[in-house]
Write a new protein. Structure first.
Length: 140
């Protein structure tokens, strides 16, 4: 049975860099099955905005002012367990990624991810699947 694109995946962007958010917002407009639900530049803003925006998926930066992405992810997942969080990070820092996953993120992507892989990851996270481009037995 095919899934109908009746309602687009609502994506919220959380990053303290305006240019990153603008780039991601522009990216979302390319896909008919996704829409921008909101933007936040801090963890606190993200938590507040979830109540109004009701996103399906959040793209969360880890390096945020005052409250980091892992703490924000933990709080969001506690309050809104249906929202999936994908961490977007510039660095493959194992410790940071581990904290994000322990906080409830469904997966992580590096910020240099291709548009197709990012779209695939958002769709996967929305359906509750691990959004990593490669899944399987490649444990590190």
């Amino acid at each position: 049975m095919k899934t109908s694109p009746s309602s687009p995946i609502r994506v919220m962007l959380v990053d303290d860099h305006t240019m990153v958010r603008q780039g991601l917002a522009t990216f979302l407009k390319v896909f008919d099955d996704m829409q921008l639900a909101g933007e936040a530049e801090s963890g606190e803003d993200a938590i507040q905005l979830c109540a109004e925006a009701l996103p399906d998926v959040i793209l969360m930066d880890m390096s945020l002012p005052s409250m980091d992405g892992a703490t924000a992810t933990h709080t969001i997942r506690q309050k809104y367990p249906k929202i999936q969080v994908i961490v977007l990070t510039s660095f493959k820092d194992g410790n940071m990624i581990k904290r994000a996953l322990e906080a409830g993120a469904i997966g992580y992507l590096l910020k240099d991810v291709s548009a197709d892989d990012l779209a695939r990851a958002i769709r996967a996270a929305h359906s509750g699947r691990n959004p990593l481009p490669r899944s399987g037995s490649s444990a590190g």
